[in-house]
Design a protein around this ligand. Sequence first.
Ligand SMILES: [Mg+2]
Length: 264
Amino acid sequence: MQSFNLCPPERLRNLRGVLTDIDDTLTQGGVIAPAALSALQTLERAGVPVIAVTGRPSGWSEPFALSWPVRAIVAENGAVMLRRDEKGALKREFSQDAPTRSANFARLQACAAAVLRQVPQARLATDSAGRLTDIAVDHAEFAQLDAAQIEAVCAVMHAHGLVATVSSIHINGWIGEHSKWTAAAWAVPALLGEEFDPRRWLYIGDSANDQLMFERMPLTVGVANIALWAPRLRHLPTFVTDGERGEGFAEMARALLQARAGNG
Ligand SMILES: [Mg+2]
């Protein structure tokens, strides 16, 4: 990872928009950092669309989809897109049809029960009630699991045929091909009426569940607290900010807007 200060302004100047993780990229302890909120407002005013892509549940994300200046939040790792309609009301769309979701729901609950049986220290995430298409085990939000316990939870999920990813706070498991990558390919055409061209978007995140984006997107940025995760990641972002969490996001937004203004 190189310092984000070394990112050439040419790489930022013609970007179409920003894709961002939420936990520990915009927020700390689940609360948005003032610097991040103000950066989102500045980007929105400058006409730079921001789409947030998170492992958080639909229920947790809905108030933020209504109140943060983002075009949408794609929750549950690509399963649910939340945005404001023309009247400002919440619009919720799913990437899987209703019969698939209800068939999966029963399998997911069976897997959650198996995780709790087989990894006795595991606790379901406190935001589990708002989850429509996945399950989540807390490893660093209110509970603590070590690396071996996180691995054990992932192994149970895999044995049940789930996809498993590890965010900065939770281990998420779901059924289906969706991911943060498919979330981007879904949201960009739906929101902007154009194909998703990964070369024209920047992705910013902080942990293991951002790795697919770090691997596939040409321009990726980690906020400084990615240092906590870096030894365990197979795919790292191109650049890393000086600031942690919301301060790092704001640092990226400032450079992007300076580059667009021709001052970068
Ligand atoms: Mg995160």
